[in-house]
Design a binder for this molecule. Structure first.
Ligand code: 5GP
Ligand code: ZN
Length: 113
């Protein structure tokens, strides 16, 4: 999608530094970090949310989660971390290209606000 921020990041139209880059998935730091580690993991292809991703390409959903776990390892989050995907207005999704947040480096409260 030409008008999607994360498509532009994935294609390099908006230059970004990737922590992990595979054929189908990229990981990059959130512009407004909510924890010492706050990384976003996305498929390069555009899917609106986790429902669309798992419906249309469940294998890719597995690849995205594997990269999220890899990011946690790279960032040294052995004491724990959180992987979360927000969906829709009530879920707090502000970018309509599915993404998984990898958060860690401090104690995270539960439940979230
Ligand atoms: P959501 O609210 O949709 O779950 O998460 C979107 C995330 O994208 C937010 O945490 C926000 O800080 C991040 N974000 C928004 N614009 C940019 C950007 O241009 N670059 C990066 N790296 N992150 C962004
Ligand atoms: Zn997109």
């Amino acid at each position: 999608m030409t008008d999607c921020l994360f498509c532009k990041i994935a294609t390099g139209a908006i230059p970004s530094e990737f922590l992990v880059e595979t054929e189908h998935v990229v990981a990059f730091r959130d512009i407004d970090p909510q924890a010492p580690t706050h990384v976003l993991v996305i498929p390069r292809a555009h899917f609106q949310d986790v429902a669309a991703l798992t419906r249309d390409d469940p294998a890719l959903a597995g690849e995205v989660l594997a990269v999220a776990a890899q990011v946690a390892k790279i960032e040294g989050l052995s004491e724990g971390h959180r992987i979360v995907t927000n969906t829709g207005i009530n879920g707090g999704q502000s970018v309509a290209h599915v993404h998984f947040h990898v958060l860690g480096g401090r104690g995270l409260t539960w439940p979230p606000g």
